[in-house]
Design a protein around this ligand. Sequence first.
Ligand SMILES: Cc1ncc(COP(=O)(O)O)c(C=O)c1O
Length: 423
Amino acid sequence: MHKDLENLWLPYTQMKGLNNIPKAKKTYKSKIFLQDGTSLIDGISSWWTACHGYNNSHIKKKIISQLNNMPHIMFGGLVHDQAVKLSKRLIKLLDNKFEKVFFTDSGSVSVEVALKISIQYWLNKGNKCKNKFIFFKNGYHGDTSGTMAICDPEEGMHKLFGNYLNKNYMLKIPDTESEKNNFINFLNKNTNKIAAVIIEPLVQSAGGLKFHSPSVLDFIYKITKKNKLLLIYDEIATGFYRTGSMFAYQQTNSYPDLLCIGKALTGGTISLAATISTKKVFSAFLSNKKNKELMHGPTYMANPLACSAANASLDLFEKNNYKIKIKRIENILLTELEKFKEFKFICNIRVKGAIGVIEFYKLTEENIVWFKNEFIKNKVWVRPLRNVIYFMPPFIINKSELKYLLEITYKILLKWKKKNENY
Ligand SMILES: Cc1ncc(COP(=O)(O)O)c(C=O)c1O
């Protein structure tokens, strides 16, 4: 094993036989510079976080100033300026439809908190039966136990843990008439057991980069309201303009009771996430009785460095017109991905905001390793996910970098086609 890996355990990686791994040395704008001198154009923004690119000078300045003042303070019994300011700004950005922000330290934990709030909401209202969730095929909501139990077991990567996890209900996204009827019928029969419905609005990310239309969310919203269920939107991947608007739900006529955000919240600098609640949900936690308060509190919640980074990131969103930036990326993706349709092994090409997806009929583990190596050899950082190659570049990527990224991908696919003539 390579010396660097002697004591490291890597995520989602079979480490047997892993003899080498690229080592990142520094980052700048859209680029990752490796130890060996290679520079890579990042096509996926460090797991969809670095929306303003790397080393943004404004975010850096604000973090350093906060570092000099107060890097961390516990949030139990104390608040601080950066968290106060961030909570107010988030609520304003969310059209004042929400009231309370509960900060956490990762996306998975923000979803855990949303699940916990949903269950306790019903308990606080005296209903002990509503403790199950409806989630959707191709959904992914995190890696912790509660969130694994609401991920598609096949596409959401946690099939192995089936026997250990809580049982919830997976349905198909209600798009066709028959899927809509199934959704209605299922709710009619099971409403008394269900605490909430959870969905990633418009784009399901890690479960296969699948898209659905705003009208699907309007439908889910209508039916959950009719059945008096809570609705959770997981905007951890879709938030902060990735789909073309600040939040994906803003392209619909719906809004959830609870909203989870994370990833790009700090512009890709420090881990921070949040569960944001409406007044209706929060009100169920106000009481003179014991044990009605929310029973949760991560040690590093609302870390001041992370909150200052998030405030700085929001400054950038306020100063620039991101709708135009995303449209520019979307147009290039739409134009450049068109020619990929000629490949017979591609079953779908789709684009939404700053997300471009090339879906193969099938990719084996071996194919994926081959693609990953080719991408690095050609100076781009792109990571196929099961049967898709996708792009979620930093919003500051310039036209020539983005075109290079897509042209090189096309050349790599041509090479792959030649290598697999019989595919
Ligand atoms: C939609 C969604 N929810 C939750 C998570 C989990 O977030 P984290 O990795 O910060 O725990 C992710 C991560 O990819 C995600 O895409």
